[in-house]
Design a protein around this ligand. Structure first.
Ligand code: COA
Length: 249
């Protein structure tokens, strides 16, 4: 079986690649667990100077797996590993970069708010259809979204569920650069090597100062998660999940 999370590394750069192409890299609970493990390994390794989150051609990540959402709605009460992943992102001490081609949906977009440098292709689209699914924004995006792009743009993205093109995402400050698909990996690797070559202590401290109050971010993750869990069991959400699953038949 091919690994759905592939971790590789060289020259101080660790790459965590989502690899479930048949499901557009929709993230399952075991995939979240693997990503947490990879982030913790990166944290523990002095040789790792920065981390790159990557997907595949045409799909960075289509969000959390909706069948998992459905299961959680039915079973209720489970502590989702997704929340642990969000805390791992908040507390991750290494600079985080991302390479995005194609779809970045739901957490595929909100995880980028925890990244320090993001490169995307012209074909990248960013969307968070939380409310369309009867849900609410997660990953502290209700705090980081308005901070990063202003309330108006954050509302259109996070509440109205409107998608952003790569150029719009760049203008909104969500991503750093837009490149041709053929140049995606080399551009992000070049930036990662640039970061990796800097004095690690200075980078870590500068980044920590820039990221502000991590306890506040962690609290927002938990508050959103509490509401998200309630929303998962709402009639609105159950109907939306059923419609998505039925759509496939
Ligand atoms: N959860 C579970 N399965 C997903 C998924 C998700 N978030 N996103 C995509 N998939 C699956 C599809 O069900 C399909 O599976 P199948 O081949 O067994 O039928 C496969 O991935 C390919 O997706 P498909 O819908 O055929 O591709 P597309 O290019 O027409 O559309 C998307 C891609 C991502 C736009 C569409 O799949 C979609 O809207 N997904 C849901 C995204 C979402 O709402 N995520 C949660 C945000 S909170």
């Amino acid at each position: 079986m091919t690994a759905e999370i592939v971790v590789t590394g060289e020259d101080g750069v660790r790459i965590i690649r989502m690899n479930r192409p048949d499901k557009k890299n929709a993230l399952t609970q075991p995939m979240y667990a693997e990503m947490i493990r990879a982030l913790r390994e990166a944290e523990a390794s002095d040789a790792t100077r920065c981390v790159v989150l990557a997907g595949g051609p045409g799909a960075f990540c289509a969000g959390s797996d909706i069948s998992d959402f459905q299961k959680r709605a039915e079973e209720g009460g489970l502590k989702p590993v997704t929340v642990d992943f969000l805390h791992a992102l908040v507390r991750n001490p290494k600079p985080l970069l991302a390479a995005v081609d194609g779809l970045a949906i739901g957490i595929g977009t909100t995880m980028l708010l925890h990244c320090d440098y993001v490169v995307a292709t012209q074909a990248a689209t960013f969307a968070t259809p939380f409310t369309k699914l009867g849900l609410i924004p997660e990953a502290a995006s209700s705090l980081l979204g308005p901070m990063r792009m202003g309330h108006a743009r954050a509302f259109a993205l996070l509440v109205m569920g409107r998608s952003m093109s790569a150029e719009e995402a760049k203008a909104a400050g969500l991503i750093n650069a837009v490149v041709d698909a053929a140049a995606l990996d080399s551009t992000v690797l070049q930036a990662a090597r640039e970061v990796a070559a800097l004095p690690a202590g200075a980078v870590a401290l500068a980044r920590k100062l820039m990221r502000g109050n991590l306890d506040e971010l962690a609290r927002r993750v938990d508050t959103e998660a509490m509401h998200f869990k309630e929303r998962l069991q709402s009639e609105e959400a159950r109907a939306a999940f059923a419609a998505f699953v039925a759509r496939k038949k």
